[in-house]
Design a protein around this ligand. Structure first.
Ligand code: NAI
Length: 315
């Protein structure tokens, strides 16, 4: 593993997080960015972050912070980044044209043994790989923020991605201590955002019709459903909630679920519903003023660190 090289394209928030994850498992990581100054800033930040994680006892892997930092270096040439790489993780901004032109460039450089994975949260891999020579080596590996504390990675193949590229990436994610899930084929929103948006839609409808406040709608998740979901998903939850397991659960409650679901109403167009948006923003900002967002993000990360530790202690 020590000699295997990982290339990261784009050294912003997510590129840096991937650098930490790969280094924690002993991979040599090169960070590339279109802005050279950004690479230097990223390396400084990573050194500091590793030291802080170590001081807090939250450093992943068995190597010290100093050793992990030694594994990470900057790189100013795409060609050099791609050479002999086992895996390239793309983390440039979420703009389709930008991704398309970058993938066209990478296509000329990519070697046959390299898997090229995009961190994109919205673009299906076929959208930026269809016309490429190396398209069978390209897929999506979508993390959740902050990836250092949330282990899920969604792996999404294009119709032409090989099973081998998918399986190799799955094993690589496991080697990092991440928890990959594999979609059998691409779909808009992948699995995570489809489920997340279903929740957002209903929360929006409940708040906009005056049924519940923003604070209480969020507490339905944080103090209720989310307590279970940190351990098990919605299907296992159902499986445990009826004496005869999940088949029994849906036989008992399927009719009720369908009846409630039929009352949901149309999908909200959140950006266009100015009045509801202003009201939701007002309530959210009352709970967490904009100037308090950094502190609240830090609290979230602290909580997720402890939750991740707790989950690792469980059998
Ligand atoms: P960011 O804006 O923090 O970082 C993007 C970096 O890419 C910047 O350093 C920029 O200089 C660099 N860049 C721009 N054009 C480039 C090019 N042609 N070649 C090389 N580098 C280039 O963005 P962020 O948040 O890290 O997002 C990156 C990707 O990760 C996006 O596809 C996003 O959808 C995905 N993602 C983001 C999450 C988030 O919460 N921010 C969560 C999961 C995925």
């Amino acid at each position: 593993m020590g000699g295997q090289r990982i290339g990261i394209v784009g050294s912003g928030l997510i590129g840096r997080a991937w650098a930490l994850l790969f280094a924690s498992a002993g991979y040599r990581v090169q960070l590339y960015d279109i802005l050279e100054s950004q690479i230097a800033t990223a390396l400084d930040d990573l050194r500091e972050e590793l030291q802080q994680l170590e001081a807090k006892g939250a450093l992943r892997g068995s190597l010290t912070a100093a050793v992990q930092f030694e594994l990470i270096s900057g790189c100013t040439q795409l060609k050099e980044l791609v050479q002999d790489a086992l895996h390239i993780q793309e983390c440039v901004p979420e703009q389709l044209q930008l991704k398309r032109s970058l993938y066209a460039q990478l296509d000329e450089l990519l070697e046959p043994q390299t898997v090229l994975a995009s961190s994109t949260s919205t673009f299906m891999p076929s959208l930026f790989s269809e016309s490429l020579k190396r398209r069978s080596q390209i897929l999506v590996a979508h993390p959740l923020n902050p990836p250092y504390f949330i282990p899920l990675v969604e792996l999404v193949p294009a119709p032409w991605t090989t099973e081998e590229a998918l399986e190799r990436t799955r094993l690589l994610m496991l080697a990092l201590g991440q928890r990959p899930v594999v979609l059998k084929r691409e779909i808009q929103g992948f699995a995570t955002n489809r489920i997340q948006y279903a929740i957002l839609n209903e929360v929006w409808r409940l708040v906009s019709t005056g049924i519940i406040s923003v604070a209480d709608a969020d507490r339905v998740l944080s103090d209720g459903l989310g307590m279970r979901y940190a351990l098990m998903g919605s299907l296992e939850t159902a499986h445990l909630n009826a004496p005869g397991g999940i088949a029994d659960y849906f036989q008992r409650f399927g009719g009720e679920i369908a009846a409630v679901s039929a009352t949901y109403g149309p999908t909200p167009d959140m950006g266009a519903e100015a009045e509801t948006l202003a009201e939701i923003a007002r309530q959210c900002e009352e709970l967490v003023p904009l100037e308090a967002l950094p502190a609240r993000r830090a609290a979230r990360d602290e909580f997720l660190t402890r939750l991740a530790q707790l989950k690792r202690q469980l059998p």
